[in-house]
Design a protein around this ligand. Structure first.
Ligand code: IMP
Ligand code: MG
Length: 175
């Protein structure tokens, strides 16, 4: 941990665990009798995806995609770039995109549209965190673990300059 940054806990490990179990049950009921193809958005979405996947009891497959709309700091550039595309075709599959946080919505509004053009049988979106106050582009979100205030958040996959992804809780950097 960087000693310069003071981080306070916003959502504890226990709260996250409990909520992810609930979401897993919800999603399992929704996809009963089907198979679910999860698309985890690198890098931040990976921690949440793994925990969520463990709580889903229909057959699950996982693929990864890396997109970028951010520079290295706290400010968005508004540009969405595909850095790593999916390994597998999604045509005809029941697909759920799993993301760490939806902030301005720039990344996901673009990405969901692009994935829809690949003709999945269904396409939904599950995000660990939703920061609705900052939305610039509309995004239809199907599952949200927690809604958060307009603060810069780290932990459980979320980084500040690539640090703090490994925190087992959701925290806020105090200025
Ligand atoms: P959007 O395109 O503005 O919705 O931004 C989405 C991406 O920005 C997320 O996938 C994160 O990688 C990053 N991001 C947005 N807000 C935060 C935050 O509070 N902490 C860390 N990363 C963030
Ligand atoms: Mg991200």
């Amino acid at each position: 941990m960087d000693t310069k940054d003071k981080i306070s806990v916003l959502i504890s490990e226990e709260e996250l665990d409990k909520r992810i179990r609930e979401l897993g049950e919800e999603i399992s009921r929704e996809y009963e009798g089907k198979e679910l193809h999860l698309i985890s958005i690198l890098k931040g979405g990976v921690f949440f995806t793994c925990e969520l996947a463990k709580r889903i009891n229909v057959p699950v497959s996982i693929d990864f995609m890396s997109v970028s709309s951010y520079g290295s700091g706290k400010i968005t550039s508004g540009v969405v770039k595909i850095i790593k595309d999916l390994d597998e075709d999604i045509e005809g599959k029941d697909v759920m995109v799993v993301e760490d946080i939806i902030d301005t919505g720039t990344t996901l509004s673009y990405l969901m549209e692009m994935l829809r053009q690949r003709k999945p049988a269904s396409l939904s979106l599950c995000t660990m965190l939703d920061k609705p106050e900052r939305r610039l582009h509309e995004v239809k979100v199907d599952h949200v673990a927690f809604t958060v205030p307009d603060k810069f958040i780290v932990g459980y996959g979320l980084d500040y300059d690539q640090k703090y992804r490994n925190l087992p809780y959701i925290g806020v950097i105090e200025n």
